[in-house]
Design a protein around this ligand. Structure first.
Ligand SMILES: Cc1ncc(C[n+]2csc(CCOP(=O)(O)OP(=O)(O)O)c2C)c(N)n1
Ligand SMILES: CC(=O)[C@@H](O)[C@H](O)COP(=O)(O)O
Ligand SMILES: [Mg+2]
Length: 618
């Protein structure tokens, strides 16, 4: 059917039976595409009917629909203007896995980090008044995203401004893992309404046998609305100034239409509480929505990922932190709704009392850790580089200023690949390097990550250990134990010096191995960005004509800039200094290799640049 439709306008003409067929076709496209490309399968399967109903009840080119995170917007992409491009999902030069206005005029706002939809939608809504625009504004936010403070900042201001816009709470009781927090249990308790249902039945049976029972029963029915209001989660939102509609079945097109129609005619803000099943329509995803939240390519028949072998930095961290926690009873681990992604699933099973999933609340996670640290605990906060950006002030104000022993295990440092610019860990070395008291360690492989974690336990101050999403690699260089704040000097000789910072060692070592036969080249694995061992660096750079630094972080504020400044301050600038890092632009999505090529940090580019610059030095 979908082939015959002019999208999205033809959706409005279809009968419910036809829409059910359309929903099935969309699910098939999403499943097939994610099986090949990977992607956020379960979130997107859960909102197919909601997407259809939104496109039936609104004009997405005039009205504005803001999806929170955007990871669940695959049906929206297919049903607006990207059906023919959908097979390129998350591929280099293909369509993004999130919403981006630059990708489509149907995408109202750029997303990727959670909990921004209400604030952004309110901005668009207030703009209606300022610019005299006539359009409906809708935010679609998940129950997981609702655990972030930013979401409540938006709701609070929305209630205050009392603007007529619609917030749709897509409640599937899941974040990536099972949703956590008091809000979540409040929603699900009231949502199942078990207590309310039993209570209602009890009252009914008593009244039926009581004198004047039928009159009392009639009165009770009148109170039921009030009673229901007490038990459904509407109270929370009504108190914030939003009219509450729900909970409704998010897979029932008729119910959705009715709710959206009612919301459209309301004055002031309205919240529609929609209950959906994450992964609906694909059994393996329904049964394991955590695994299918974000999945790599998989076999449709079995649901089994087409596994790429190799151990990840994340797995190394997950193993080592357990070993350390067995030795040290004051170690606690904290995640912000990313337990599986940060490798803490096993830790949580082994040490349930020392594991904390605070929900999507990175700011809280950091300050919570500071409270633990000032009390004598040793908190390990595992947060992706890009999401840690949200807690920058907490790192400065609550941890570094008080010089507290919090260790940040920064996963997804550097380019992450298919998730693209909203998710690349492009800036953490830059944003952390400026903060006093913090120690920054960059492991190149498994052994170094483990030894740096051990070392972090001895440091009574803030520590950041940064590693990538990728697999750990093995290298042939002689083992050299991680010594506090010393670089690993692989070869200090020669007039050229190559300095590698962290996991990008895989590219840097290729350059060194390919040049060392024909060029007199030295090679350093930096290990520590802060404190930087200036004496060693200055001593080795004294006799160099060309120094090149390689990092998978923004050049601005990165390691290269730092070393250059130290050489300049000590009048030790070489004839040529080369800094290989991420350029001053956002790097798109694609494979790591493709992205490193366009960023200019893969080995061939680095090697050719060193050779061409060396030839210019007399
Ligand atoms: C600031 C931030 N922290 C963490 C994430 C990782 N993340 C992406 S989606 C998600 C769960 C969202 O849950 P929910 O809003 O309920 O959407 P669902 O996947 O259930 O549809 C998380 C934690 C993120 N994108 N942004
Ligand atoms: C949508 C979102 O932000 C997360 O699902 C993220 O995509 C996970 O990234 P990893 O796949 O690197 O764990
Ligand atoms: Mg959810």
């Amino acid at each position: 059917m979908i082939e015959k439709l002019k999208l999205p306008e033809d959706i409005k003409k279809l009968k419910y039976e036809e829409l059910e067929v359309l929903a099935k076709e969309i699910r098939d496209i999403i499943i097939k595409t994610c099986a090949k490309n990977g992607g956020h399968l379960a979130p997107s399967l859960g909102v197919v009917e909601l997407t259809i109903s939104l496109l039936k009840n609104f004009n997405p080119l005039i009205d504005r629909i803001i999806w929170d995170v955007g990871h669940q917007s695959y049906a929206y992409k297919i049903l607006t203007d990207r059906k023919d491009r959908f097979h390129t999902l998350r591929q280099f030069k293909g369509i993004s896995g999130f919403n981006k206005p630059a990708e489509s005029k149907y995408d109202a706002f750029g997303v990727g980090h959670t909990s921004t939809s209400v604030s952004a939608a309110l901005g668009l809504r207030v703009a209606n008044d300022i610019l005299n625009l006539n359009r409906k504004i809708v935010a679609v936010i998940g129950d997981g995203a609702l655990t972030a403070g930013l979401a409540f900042e938006g709701l609070n201001n929305l209630g205050h401004l009392d603007k007529d816009m619609i917030v749709i709470l897509n409640d599937n009781e899941m974040s990536i893992s099972k949703n956590v927090g008091a809000i979540s249990s409040y929603l699900s308790r009231a949502m199942t309404g078990e207590f309310y249902t039993h209570f209602r039945k009890d009252v009914q049976s008593i009244l039926e046998h009581a004198p004047l029972g039928d009159k009392l029963l009639k009165m009770a029915k009148k109170f039921e609305e009030g009673l229901k209001g007490f038990f459904t989660p509407g109270i929370l939102f009504e108190e914030l100034g939003l009219k509450y509609i729900g909970p409704i079945d998010g897979h029932n097109l008729k119910e959705l239409d009715k709710a959206l129609h009612n919301a459209k005619i309301q004055d002031g803000p309205t919240l529609i509480h929609v209950i959906t099943k994450k992964g609906k329509g694909y059994k393996p995803a329904e049964e394991n929505p955590e695994k299918f939240h974000g999945i790599s390519s998989f076999d449709i028949k079995t649901g089994k990922p087409i596994k790429f072998s190799g151990k990840t930095f994340t797995e190394v961290f997950g193993e080592k932190i357990i070993e350390m926690a067995e030795k040290h009873k004051n170690i606690v681990a904290i995640t912000a709704a990313m337990k599986p992604g940060t490798g803490l699933t096993k830790f949580a099973e082994k040490f349930p009392d020392r594991f904390f999933d605070v929900g999507i609340a990175e700011q809280h996670a950091v300050t919570f850790a500071a409270g633990l640290a000032i009390s004598g605990c040793k908190p390990y906060v595992a947060i992706y580089s890009t999401f840690l950006q949200r807690a920058y002030d907490q790192i400065i104000h609550d941890v570094a200023l008080q010089n507290l022993p919090v260790t940040f295990c920064i996963d997804r440092g550097g380019l992450v690949g298919a998730d693209g610019p909203t998710h690349h860990g492009a800036f953490d070395i830059s944003y952390l390097r400026t903060i006093p008291n913090i120690h920054i360690m960059l492991p190149k492989d498994e052994v170094e990550l483990k030894e740096m974690l051990e070392l972090s336990y001895q440091i009574d101050a803030p520590v950041a250990i940064r590693y990538s999403r990728g697999n750990v690699k093995e290298y042939e260089y002689p083992y050299e134990k991680v010594e506090p704040f010393k670089p690993q000097i692989i070869n200090e000789k020669g007039e050229i010096l190559l300095i590698s910072a962290g996991h990008i060692f895989d590219e840097a070592s290729k350059v060194y191995e390919e040049l060392k036969a024909d060029y007199n080249i030295g090679f350093i694995n930096l290990r520590f960005v802060k404190p930087l061992n200036k004496d060693i660096i200055l001593e080795i750079c004294k006799r160099k004509k060309l120094v090149a630094v390689v990092e998978e972080n923004a050049k601005f504020g990165g390691v290269g800039e730092y070393i250059l400044s130290i050489l300049a301050e000590n009048n030790l600038l070489p004839n040529k200094f080369l800094s290989f890092g991420l350029p001053d632009k956002f790097i798109e999505h694609g494979s790591i290799n493709d992205l490193r090529k366009i960023a200019g940090i893969e080995s061939e580019t680095i090697k050719n640049k060193i050779i061409s610059e060396w030839q210019k030095i007399d």
